[in-house]
Design a protein around this ligand. Structure first.
Ligand SMILES: C[S@@+](CC[C@H](N)C(=O)[O-])C[C@H]1O[C@@H](n2cnc3c(N)ncnc32)[C@H](O)[C@@H]1O
Length: 274
């Protein structure tokens, strides 16, 4: 984790909270605890306090329009032509799950629209599955923070967290349980959660699309360059990378081209023989 001067106060505040919780009176004694054999649990607790987990459903609508209307549509057509009816998406730094579930809902809608353009025989299976055969869709959602992964897996959200979700989506993709909104089982089954630290070398491969939004901004520049290089290798040829609104690949790599439509931005992997 990188904390420049602008984030020093944040780091100090979070460390102070842990010191208080552990009833320690100096940073040095806290450091001794962290490096001790018993410090492992405290280290993961500290880590969870140092990550910024802010997220929401349908975050950056313009970018999601580009994702659904152009990128997914283009990939579905290209894959269908090649007879490869599978789509693999990775939400890297997924926090409490709103991002990967949003992507699942958007792709499910894109597939329904596809079905509308190419109607199936009337005897097709009812109720219709979210991902109709022969398509297979896999969304991997990962984070470094186990607490947020547990919340994501529970898939239960408050009215406040549902602010960005319109009625159509609420009706189709959520069940109301008491005063909470719970993601329907069919949507949940499309998303798999796992722990991954983006700073390690071994990251999930063969993705068509990677979303890594509002994560890179907490890394220093050399670490950002390394991560972009790893994402390049984790993407299939011509695959797409989506980064946060306040993030950019400009000046960090020559291996992606910027795609800007519907006021949204994405980056497409450039192939060496092009
Ligand atoms: C601000 S949230 C962004 C969530 C979501 N992508 C979005 O844009 O709404 C950043 C997430 O990145 C995770 N994160 C930070 N450093 C990470 C790392 N080295 N490896 C994996 N995840 C990390 C944090 O735990 C946090 O949940």
């Amino acid at each position: 984790m990188h904390f420049d001067e602008r984030r020093a106060a944040f780091l100090q505040d979070r460390l102070q909270r842990r010191l208080k919780e552990c009833r320690l009176d100096s940073f040095y004694s806290y450091y001794r605890l962290l490096i001790s054999a018993q410090g492992k649990q405290e280290l993961s607790c500290l880590l969870e306090n140092l990550t910024v987990n802010e997220t929401s459903f349908f975050r950056n609508k313009a970018q999601l329009d580009l994702f659904q209307r152009d990128v997914v549509d283009e990939l579905l057509r290209a894959k269908q032509e090649r007879g490869q009816c599978n789509l693999k998406i990775w939400s890297a730094g997924c926090s409490t799950g709103q991002e990967p579930y949003t992507l699942a809902m958007l792709v499910a809608d894109a597939l329904s629209y596809c079905r509308l353009r190419h109607p199936q025989p009337v005897e097709a299976v009812l109720p219709r599955p979210l991902v109709p055969a022969p398509w297979r869709m896999e969304i991997l959602a990962s984070d470094i923070n186990y607490s947020v992964l547990r919340v994501a897996q529970a898939a239960s959200y408050s009215e406040h967290q549902m602010a960005g979700v319109d009625y159509g989506y609420r009706l189709r993709y959520f069940d109301k349980v008491g005063d909470r909104y719970v993601i329907k089982k069919a949507v949940k089954e499309l998303v798999h959660f796992d722990f991954h630290n983006l700073k390690t070398e071994y990251l999930p491969q063969n993705n068509d699309i990677i979303f890594c939004r509002n994560v890179m901004m907490y890394f220093d520049e050399p670490e950002q360059r390394r991560l972009i290089e790893k994402f390049y290798r984790c993407l299939n040829p011509n695959g797409y990378l989506f980064v946060g609104h306040a993030e950019s690949l400009l000046g960090l790599t020559e291996k992606f081209r910027m795609v800007h439509r519907h006021s949204g931005t994405a980056y497409q992997r450039i192939e060496e023989d092009m």
